[in-house]
Every structure is written in C-alpha cells, then in structure tokens.
Design a protein around this ligand. Structure first.
Ligand code: SF4
Length: 362
C-alpha cells in the first residue's frame, strides 16, 4: 500500500522510555534550515521491499529493489538515531516499503525507544503482518501505528494491491486498538476513479473506532505514472467540502501540525483528517527528515537531492561527520515542496531516479 499515506504525518510526540536525568541528549545546536525551521522528526525507511503490489505504486513484477548490502543494517540505523538525538530529534517513524518485512523490526523499535532523547517511536505499515508483531512492538515501546488502507472492499482491495488481505488489515486495526496502542491512524490515499466513493464508509468507521482516518492527497510518485493522466487527483479542499456536506455538525478537533484539517463528528469515537500532501500548504511547519533504506538523507519529499550517509558511515566517518552531512542537507533545503520540485526538475539528468514511493521512503 502506498506509504505516502503518511508522508506529511507529523504526529504530536508520544511518551516513551525517558533518558535518565543525567544523560545529556541535546548538547549540540538543533538541526535547522535557512528559514528558521527546526527538524525534530525522522522518518527512516528500513526496506524498499513490499508485500503488496499496488497498481498506483509498483508494476506487477515489482521495481528493481536494492541489493541487501546497500540497505542499512540495524546497527547503522541505530547509529543514525543516536546521532540525530544529539541534535534534538525526538521522534522516529519507521517506514518502507513495508517495515514489517524486516525480521528485526521489533529490535529496531526497541533500540529507538530506548535511545536517550527519543520520545516517540511510530510505524507506518500496510498492516498485513501486524498480528505477528503487535505484542512485541507494544512491549518494545512503539507509541503509534499508521495503517495504510485504501479500500474496505475485498474485490477492490485486490484490484488495487494485487493481493488479498483486506480482512486481515481490518482485524489488525482492531487488534491495535484492543491492545491499547496510544495512537492508531488509518491512512487512505483518496483517488478519483479508484476509491473516492468510499469516503463515507471510511468516515463512518470513526463512529465506533477510536482511530483517526486520514485522507491523503494522491502524489506523483507512482512507478506506473497513473498520476500523469491527471484523472485521479482529489484535492484536500474538495475532500474537506465533502466531509462538511456529509456531516454538517462536524467540528474541529485537536490534531498534529500537518493535520491542519481535522474534524470530529460530535459523539463519535474517532477523528477525520485531511492531509494536503500534494497541495503542500503546510511546508512552513515542516519538521521532518527522511532517510532512505539505502542510507541517503532527503531534505524534502519533493527533492531529488541525496546526501549519502551510508558512504560516510561505511568509510569510517565520525558522528560529527554524520551531523555535518545532516546540517549540509538542511542548509540546502528549499522553502517549500514546490521550490524543491522545481530545483530537482532543473537537474533531473543528474539525480538518481527513484520512480516508486517504496524507493523514496514513505
Ligand atoms: S517542505 Fe517538503 S517535506 Fe516538508 S512539508 Fe513541504 S513538501 Fe513535505
């Protein structure tokens, strides 16, 4: 399932194991850009592989996945997290590809949760394997789960993902709620002609389920280039208008920095959010860093510039060298996603092409 479902996610920080008072975690200046934004949230892709083959994301045969030696190992991933914690990063989200494909996902979560300075550890998953790990993930300190689900209908789920499993995902959402994970969110990439007609079914789900259903704008990162036709884009504005017309008494609810449009129907258990992932109206609040599965820093979802952290680590670089690379990446960050895209388009022949969201990191 396309992990752009949570691309602009910037959830409020959750409580996780705290560093002992004597441990100094942010002795260095925070990571900032030229526009005064501070970055305190890292999204780390732990694999570019996925157990689904969504039509809008990957061709049926998959994309060319990274050789396993070029994917960061657990030790390298932990080193990145502890280095980032020194410059004020407080929240970690593991993404993919599908992060539960990594056999060591529980260890990664436990390692991140016990890193001094890290206050929240989250996971974005398609939910198919969650039942195998849920208990261990909770015990390891996972504080939030975003489950990507674009259709509740079995046939349509199959058509979109080329796999079966909608009931497994729905059961696993319920499992996460029953187990008491602090935050459970359902990410729906809403597309005209694909699943737009399920908006009401998804919003109605929040009546009895204490989840936030988040409708995400479709973004142009699909290997199949379905985006290119222009036929499938549903704007945040149009989604918000539909929610208001369906539920005239819907009211604003507290959300996170990027859940700018967030609502609750009075008396219902959950919340409904709309994320302008393509419209990019919330770039002023950007606080996120991306690290790809093969160890490159990306300073914006829409930028093709990459800063090769893996090389720095594997060539014996120090923690200071790593911090210097993060600072360089964010000193170069453009003011918003439009500017990033413009710059990347201007030098497209030089940039490594990552055609699918699984290669960018969700
Ligand atoms: S600056 Fe880039 S990464 Fe940050 S919110 Fe805007 S588009 Fe997303």
């Amino acid at each position: 399932m396309l992990q752009n479902s949570s691309i602009l996610a910037n959830d409020s920080l959750s409580v996780a194991p705290q560093a002992p008072a004597s441990v100094q975690t942010t002795s260095l200046p925070p990571l900032q850009d030229a526009f005064g934004r501070t970055f305190d949230y890292v999204r780390i892709a732990v694999t570019d592989r996925c157990n689904l083959r969504c039509t809008y994301c990957m061709p049926e045969e998959g994309v060319e996945f990274k050789h396993k030696d070029s994917v960061l190992n657990a030790e390298e991933t932990m080193r990145i997290i502890s280095v980032l914690a020194k410059i004020g990063i407080k929240k970690v989200r593991f993404t993919g590809g599908e992060p539960t494909i990594r056999k060591d996902i529980v260890d990664l979560v436990a390692g991140a949760a016990s890193t001094p300075g890290i206050k929240g550890v989250h996971l974005t998953t398609n939910g198919l394997l969650l039942h195998r790990y849920a208990k261990d993930l909770l015990n390891a300190g996972l504080t939030g789960i975003n489950l990507s689900l674009d259709s509740m209908d079995a046939d349509r789920f199959m058509r979109i993902t080329r796999r079966t499993g909608v009931n497994t995902v729905l059961d696993n959402i319920q499992l996460a709620l029953d187990m008491g994970f602090p935050r459970v969110k359902v990410n729906v990439v809403l597309m005209r002609g694909f699943n737009e007609d399920e908006l009401e079914k998804f919003t109605a789900y929040t009546k009895d389920h204490a989840v936030t259903v988040r409708f995400i704008e479709f973004m142009p990162f699909d290997a199949e280039q379905i985006w290119g036709s222009g036929d499938h884009f549903a704007s945040a504005e149009s989604i918000v208008a539909r929610i208001h017309s369906l539920y005239p008494d819907v009211g604003p609810a507290p959300g996170t920095r990027t859940e700018h449009h967030i609502f609750k129907v009075p008396g219902w258990a959950g919340k409904i959010a709309v994320i302008p992932a393509f419209t990019r109206s919330l770039c002023g609040n950007c606080s996120r860093i991306r690290v790809t599965a093969d160890g490159s820093i990306r300073n914006c979802l829409y930028s093709d510039d990459e800063y090769n952290l893996r090389e720095v680590m594997r060539e014996g670089g120090t923690d200071d060298d790593m911090i210097a690379l993060f600072r360089q990446a964010f000193a170069d960050k453009a003011i918003d996603g439009y500017e990033s895209k413009k710059r990347s388009d201007a030098k497209v022949s030089l940039s490594p092409h990552r055609g699918s969201m699984t290669q960018i990191g969700g």
